[in-house]
Write a protein that binds this ligand. Structure first.
Ligand code: SF4
Ligand code: SF4
Length: 103
């Protein structure tokens, strides 16, 4: 499981609700992002998890290192990992993560 997010900000309709990253708190950027072979993130932005896989590093606040804490936008949007590109706003995990944040 893993994140997506944000610039340009996605807005989708889920049931009767409009889901927009603009009013979200980058909830999905707290999830583990597993890096694939063709992902190229800046040096120092990844780490090895306890199973030996390469993942995006998260800081003590729980968010991905690449998240701009001021804007809550991805600072490496153009080169964000594939799992972030493919993350479906307004669907399963996104709704679960938003619910955890009472959104
Ligand atoms: S959890 Fe959903 S709405 Fe929030 S930033 Fe991620 S994709 Fe956007
Ligand atoms: S790389 Fe960007 S989109 Fe992916 S989790 Fe980190 S901040 Fe969010």
């Amino acid at each position: 499981m893993s994140p997506a997010h944000t610039t340009p900000v996605a807005t989708v309709t889920s049931g009767n609700a409009k889901i927009t990253c603009a009013s979200c708190k980058a909830c999905c950027c707290r999830l583990e992002v597993i890096l694939m072979g063709d992902d190229a993130v800046p040096a120092g932005y990844s780490e090895t998890d306890r199973w030996g896989g390469e993942v995006m590093k998260r800081l003590d606040d729980g968010w991905c290192i690449a998240l701009d804490r001021r804007t809550l936008l991805c600072s490496i949007y153009a080169s964000r990992p594939g799992v972030c590109r493919d993350y479906p706003a307004g669907e399963g995990d996104c709704l679960v993560e938003r619910a955890k944040a009472s959104l």
